[in-house]
Ligand binder design. Sequence first.
Ligand SMILES: [Zn+2]
Length: 70
Amino acid sequence: MFDHIKLCPKCNSTEFGEGVLMGHAALMPKGTVFSMGSTITATVCTRCGHILEMKVKEPQKFIPKHKKQL
Ligand SMILES: [Zn+2]
């Protein structure tokens, strides 16, 4: 599931799960009206609950328009 072993900086656990933030927690590209937001996935320490990282599923949605046209 993970390409390398992660270590929780809070409790040194190596047990992690993945969660998804959806609905109102979806991150929307700034200044866009019509596009849908991107789902956020979070890697969570299953021992202490610390969130190690958060990622959007479709980072290309956040490329500013003027850069896309280049
Ligand atoms: Zn932890």
